[in-house]
Structures are given as C-alpha cells and as structure tokens.
Write a protein of this length. Structure first.
Lengths: 272, 278
C-alpha cells in the first residue's frame, strides 16, 4: 500500500492519534504509582510501576528476560511454521479434491473443535517435559485455522479459472502454485496471524504446565518465590511480544501482498 | 482453535453478504460436512485399538481402555462433579464477560473520544494472552473458585468488547434519526434501538469468546489447585494414566462440540430475520 493511499484512508496525521491514545495509559500508570505510595491498593503485595520497571531492568540485566522470551518466541515460531505447513498442505488437498473433502472434513471438524489445551497432558506423557512437547502443541494448534482457511480459499477458485487451467492442461503442481494458492492467499494470511497468536498462547501454557523453560515457567517460578514485580514485568512484556509479532506479520504482508487489506482480521480477538 | 476458524470465516461474511454464497453450489465447503468424513477418524481408532491390544503401549493405550478407565472415574462420581464445576465456571464467566463486554463495547463504540483515548490500551490487552494472568491471580487471590472466575472473565471480555465496539460504530445513522424523531427516552432508545442493532455483534463476540472461556477455565484448572476437568487431566497425566487422559480429551471435545452446536442454534434462531449475520 502506498503512503498516499494510507493517508487518504485515515483522517488527520497518525502521530496525533497515538499521542491522544497515550493519555489514558500514562494517567493509569501515574494513578497506580500514587495509589501504591499512598497505600490505597487492595492487595499490599501489588508492586508499583517503578518496582515493575526495576524488576524488568534487573531481569534484563542478568539475561533471564532475554533467555526466557527467546525460548518462548523460538518455540512459538517453530511450532507455528510446522503447523502452518501441515495445515496449508491439508487445506490444499481438502480444497482441490471434493472426494478428499467429503471423506475427511468431518474428522477435521471433530479434531479442531477439541481445545488444544487438553492435548498438553498427553503430550507431556509422550514427550515428557521437553521442548519437543511444547513445539508439538504449538504446531497442533496452528494446523487447524490454516487448514480450514486454505481449504475455503482454494475452493473459491472460480469456474472460469478452472476451465482456463483445464484448457492449458496445467498439471496439479502448476494448479496448486499458480491457481489455488494465490486465490487462497488472503484467507491464509488471516489464518496465519490467528495461528501465530494461538501458538504463542499454547507455548506459554505448555511452559506453565509442563516444560520448565521460557516465559510460562518464569511466571510460575516468580509466583512460587512471591515476586509479583517480576510477574508483572513478564506479563506486560508478553503483551508487547504479542503486539510486536503481530505487527511484524502485518508489515511482512504489506511487503508481500500490497493490495491485501487486513481490515477483516481486526475483528478477531486473541487466540486460545 | 475452533474460535479462530469461525472468526475468519464469519468476519468477511458479515461485511459483505454476497461473499457468503459459495460460487459452486452443491460443491460448497461452507455447509456441514457429510458424516462419511468421519471415516478416517474411525479407521484410525480401529487400527489403534487393534495395535494397542497387541502391543500394550504405555503412551497409546487402545480406545477400549480409555472407555474402561473413564468409566471407573465416572462410577466414583468424581467425573460428573468435575464436569459440573467446569461447566458452572464456563457459563458464569461467559455471562459476566458478555455483560461487561457489551456495556464497554457500546460505550467505546458510540463515543469517538473514548475510542481515541482507549484504543491503544484495548489493542494491548487484545494481544495479552489471558493465560499469563493465571499465576498472578494465584498469587493474589489464591487457589479459589473466584480466582478462576476473575481470570476467565478477564480473558473472555475482549472478543465481546471488540465485536460490540465494531457493531456500535457501524450502527446505521438512520436508526439514530428514528430515535430522535420518535423522541425515545434514553432507556427506550437503548432497549429498542441500540441493543437490537448490536445484537449480531454480541452474538459473534459470544461465539468467539465461548471456546476461549472453556480453554481458560481448563488452563486454570490444569495449572492450579482449582478442581474441574482440567484438574482431572492434570492428575491423570501425573500418574501417567494415558488412557484416562485420552478419555478426558474425548469428554472435553464433546463438551466443546455441544457448546458450538448450541451457540449456532441460538444464533440461527435469534437472527432468522437477518440473513446477513452468521
């Protein structure tokens, strides 16, 4: 998207909007700090924003912050990549062949409606408390949205294009790469974003429950040592990581598929 | 992850009704898939049963063992108590989150000032995974049922809030003129104009929030001392009772399916008159 098109879509300079949006967060943080200093908070062990900042700086200094977030983000990205690849392949098969669809879609529907979190215990039994367990769960959760969106996208190839492919005698590989995937791309991009936030959430849950590494474990650890300031630091930064990952993906989309608007996906909440 | 898929499918549908129509009727992928599609799953379970009986794997016990172990759990009564506890949390949280999310969504969606003030904050909370709050809530509130409610409600509010905010922003200006023309009181305007106008948004929000609510409840139970199906899953895992874990996964899956079906039935009933909503 060009700069002209973007500025036409929004009214007023974007920087001003951001400044207005900062008023409330800044006011909240100030009020929190003041309330803490005045002793007006309901729980005495709620840390002040300054204490959270100090904890974050300390954790960043001794390398724990970087290490834990590095682990979680790596797991999330690897799982997401594996799951999305499987999902895209399955989606192409389901979308191209009506027979494959009718003989397996119901199974896909059953599997994808089971909350992924309930597979963590079985993953722990099979893979024990390892990073493989975490990656497998992050991958599992990424498969389904990508599979279903790829399928609907691929199935949306128009009759004219199908005829064109037939008269050009395209083989199936050319049909997938020249017809099916480009048609499905917008839907796939939306699903990839959803899958990414899902993979992040499931990686963290897997760390809370099973694998003693990463942000999830750091949170549990800080809880057991009664370090609320550290917990707040991790939680707030997890939100930032979610935002940044999403923002990077949006940027990548603008580069790769400039004509595609992501407005539709704004309707979605974060994953589970 | 059913949430996500439904979202990505129904979101564009809401925007332009024309897109909902499948270009190739009769070959559509949008409707319910035929039951013969369960075949791979049935074959998988059958093969699993045969191999499992022959080899007695610790990791992959045959489905017949899932049933027998889960039946043992059920006969002690523990299973039904757990299912009830999780469902009570689920229903309560979803109702509370819907009420709060709708109220906030309407306020923010109808006020450009609030919108501009709050949108970065909302954007941040949208991407903050609710599960990270579980250890924090444990620290402050302890292992109680109300802690579970706090965490689950907090996580479930956002989808409802965001959908209602969008719906409120897109209320037809003509409807607002009607309000002025009829000189409706604030309450009447809310009841007769605002609420029906954003009702599809609320429903879509609830449809997205419902699986998330279930997941959050399970996460709280798996990772803390609060009882429910999640707790049973965790106990079974720690005793390496793979058959029981598989049995419980099936039960969780059935619950999730029933919730999905119920919600789509409710949604279809409520919005019979309005073809553009899902």
């Amino acid at each position: 998207m060009t700069a002209v098109a973007r500025s036409r879509r929004r009214t007023g300079p974007p920087s001003l909007n951001w400044l207005v949006g900062l008023i409330i967060p800044v006011a909240l943080i100030a009020a929190w700090q003041i309330a803490k200093s005045a002793g007006a908070l309901p729980y005495t062990n709620v840390p002040s924003p300054l204490q959270i900042w100090d904890a974050a700086v300390q954790l960043a200094g001794n390398g724990q912050l970087g290490g834990n977030f590095g682990h979680t983000i790596a797991v999330c990205l690897i799982g997401w990549a594996i799951g999305s690849a499987i999902g895209a392949a399955a989606g192409v098969a389901l979308g191209l062949s009506h027979r494959v669809w009718s003989y397996s879609m119901a199974s896909v529907d059953v599997l994808r409606s089971i909350p992924a979190i309930s597979f963590i215990p079985i993953a722990v039994i099979i893979f024990l408390q390892t990073t493989t367990m975490e990656v497998s769960i992050a991958a599992w959760v990424s498969i389904w949205p990508v599979a279903v969106s790829t399928m609907t996208g691929v199935a949306g190839v128009s009759a004219e294009h199908r005829e064109l492919a037939a008269s050009l005698r395209l083989n199936w590989r050319a049909q997938v790469s020249k017809l099916a995937l480009p048609t499905a791309l917008p839907k796939m991009l939306v699903a990839l974003r959803l899958a990414l936030s899902g993979a992040l959430v499931l990686a963290i849950v897997a760390e809370i429950v099973g694998n003693p590494h990463g942000v999830g474990y750091a949170l549990v650890n800080a809880q057991q040592q009664s370090e609320p300031a550290q917990m707040f630091a991790y939680i707030l930064l997890t939100g930032v990581v979610g935002l940044v990952l999403n923002g990077l993906l949006t940027l990548a989309y603008r580069r790769l598929a400039p004509g595609f608007h992501l407005a539709e996906s704004r309707r979605t909440g974060n994953g589970n | 992850m059913a949430t996500d898929v439904q979202t990505s499918r129904s979101a564009p549908a809401k925007r332009s009704p024309a897109r909902r129509r499948d270009p190739r009727p009769g070959r559509g992928r949008g409707g319910t898939a035929p039951l013969r599609g369960l075949l791979p799953l049935v074959v998988l379970l059958g093969v699993w049963q045969l191999i499992g009986l022959a080899h007695q794997s610790v990791f992959f016990p045959p489905p017949s063992q899932w049933i027998s172990q889960t039946a043992t759990l059920a006969s002690g009564g523990g299973l039904w108590t757990a299912v009830r506890q999780t469902l009570v949390t689920f229903v309560l949280s979803l109702i509370i989150a819907t009420v709060i999310g709708t109220a906030l969504g309407l306020l923010i969606g109808r006020s450009p000032l609030l919108e501009r003030l709050l949108s970065p904050l909302l954007e941040f909370f949208r991407f903050l995974p609710g599960v990270t709050l579980v250890p924090l809530a444990v620290l402050f509130v302890g292992y109680t049922q109300s802690m579970e409610l706090y965490v689950v409600v907090f996580g479930a509010i956002w989808p409802v809030l965001l959908q209602v905010r969008l719906a409120a922003r897109e209320i037809d200006p003509v409807l607002l003129d009607v309000r002025r023309a009829l000189r409706l009181s604030r309450f009447d305007a809310f009841r007769k104009i605002m609420l029906p106008a954003v009702a599809p948004g609320i429903m879509l929000g609830v449809v997205i929030a419902a699986p998330l609510t279930l997941v959050l409840a399970l996460v709280v139970e798996v990772s803390t001392q609060v009882s429910g199906i999640g707790k049973l899953l965790e106990t079974a895992q720690q005793s390496f009772l793979a058959a029981e874990v598989f049995g419980l996964i099936v039960i969780v899956g059935v619950i999730a399916l029933v919730i999905n079906v119920l919600l789509s039935l409710i949604s279809a009933r409520l919005f019979r008159y309005r073809p553009s909503s899902s």
